[in-house]
Design a protein around this ligand. Structure first.
Ligand SMILES: C[S@@+](CC[C@H](N)C(=O)[O-])C[C@H]1O[C@@H](n2cnc3c(N)ncnc32)[C@H](O)[C@@H]1O
Length: 273
C-alpha cells in the first residue's frame, strides 16, 4: 500500500522535484487544501492516482511548470486558470496589489495593460469592488482565459478588451490608476532558455527588453487623470532606465520598489499635470 506519506518520501529520494512541488501535485490531484494533506498522511493512494502522479512527475522533471501541469496557479487571493497561452503569474507581481492598496485614495478607474490570466486586474477588481476595471491584451487566447477567471472568481466589475497597448482604448478614456507587467526580457537574455513553456510574446521586448515599457510610458499620460498613478513591473536591471523614461515623459514622484530578493522590480510614478 502506498500512502501519501510514503509516496512523498519515495519521490523525495528518487525524483528530481522539490518536496514543495511534489506536495503541489498531490494537492492538485486530490483537490484538497494543504492542511488536509498533513492530517491525512496515512491515507492510501489508488493505482490510478499513482499513475497520474507518475506522468506529472515526469512532465515536471522535463521542465514543464507545475502550474501548466495542474492548469491553475494561485495569485494574491485568487485561484487562476492558466494555460500555455498565458504567462504564469509570479509572486513578485503581487507587490503591485500591495502598492495599489497603499495609495492615499482608492482608485475608481483602473486599467491593466497586458492582462494575461487577469492576475493583476482581477485582484484589483476584487480589492476595490466599487472601481471599474478595464483589462487589455493583444492575445485573444489570453483574454479568453482572463474572462474565465473573472467568471470563476465571481468578479463582475471588470471589462476586457483586445488591444495593442493603448491603440484600442478611446482617447477620452482616462484612469486614475494604470498598471502593467509588460514583456521586459531582452530577446538575447540567456535565462530565456529556462522559460521555453511560456508564450514568447508575453516575455520578450526589443531594445534590451525596454520597447513595450517605452511605448506604455510615452502614451500613459494621455490616459491618466490629474495626479493619476502609473505602476510598472520591469526587470531587476531596468529600474534606472524606467525612472529616466518616466522623468523624461514628465512624470513626478518616480519611485522604484524592490522585490523580496532586493531587486528593483516595480516603479511607480504620478502624472504631473
Ligand atoms: C509579462 S505578461 C504579464 C501577464 C499578467 N499581467 C501577469 O502579470 O501575470 C505580458 C502580457 O502582455 C501581453 N502583451 C504583449 N504585447 C502586447 C501588446 N502589444 N498589447 C497588449 N498586450 C500585450 C502578453 O500577451 C502578456 O499577456
Amino acid at each position: 500500500m502506498v500512502t501519501i506519506k510514503s509516496w512523498l518520501q519515495d519521490q523525495h529520494i528518487n525524483s528530481k522535484l522539490k518536496r514543495f512541488d511534489l506536495e503541489l501535485l498531490l494537492l492538485g490531484l486530490l483537490k484538497v487544501e494543504r492542511s488536509w494533506l498533513f492530517s491525512h498522511n496515512d491515507d492510501s493512494l489508488t493505482d490510478t492516482q499513482l499513475q497520474q502522479l507518475s506522468h506529472w512527475v515526469k512532465d515536471a522533471e522535463n521542465g514543464k511548470p507545475i502550474a501548466y501541469i495542474l492548469g491553475y496557479k494561485t495569485f494574491w487571493t485568487l485561484k487562476l486558470q492558466v494555460n500555455q497561452d498565458t504567462l504564469i503569474p509570479r509572486p513578485e507581481t503581487e507587490q503591485i496589489i500591495e502598492l495599489a492598496l497603499a495609495l492615499p485614495q482608492s482608485p475608481k478607474r483602473i486599467l491593466d495593460l497586458g492582462t494575461g490570466t487577469g492576475a493583476i486586474a482581477l485582484s484589483l477588481a476584487k480589492e476595490f469592488p466599487t472601481a471599474e476595471v478595464l483589462a487589455c491584451d493583444f492575445s485573444e487566447a489570453a483574454l479568453r482565459v482572463a474572462q474565465t477567471n473573472a467568471k470563476n472568481n465571481l468578479i463582475n466589475n471588470i471589462q476586457f478588451i483586445s488591444s495593442d497597448w493603448f491603440k484600442g482604448i478611446n482617447t477620452n478614456h482616462t484612469f486614475d490608476l494604470i498598471v502593467s507587467n509588460p514583456p521586459y526580457i531582452d530577446p538575447n537574455d540567456e535565462h530565456l532558455s529556462d522559460l521555453t513553456f511560456e508564450p514568447i510574446t508575453a516575455l520578450t521586448a526589443e531594445n534590451k527588453g525596454l520597447k513595450d515599457l517605452e511605448t506604455i510610458i510615452s502614451e500613459a499620460q494621455n490616459h491618466l487623470e490629474f495626479e493619476g498613478v502609473l505602476m510598472l513591473e520591469h526587470g531587476y536591471d531596468q529600474g534606472m532606465a524606467v525612472r529616466t523614461l518616466l522623468i523624461e515623459a514628465g512624470f513626478k514622484q518616480v519611485n522604484t520598489h524592490q522585490d523580496l530578493a532586493g531587486h528593483d522590480r516595480i516603479t511607480v510614478a504620478q502624472k504631473n499635470t
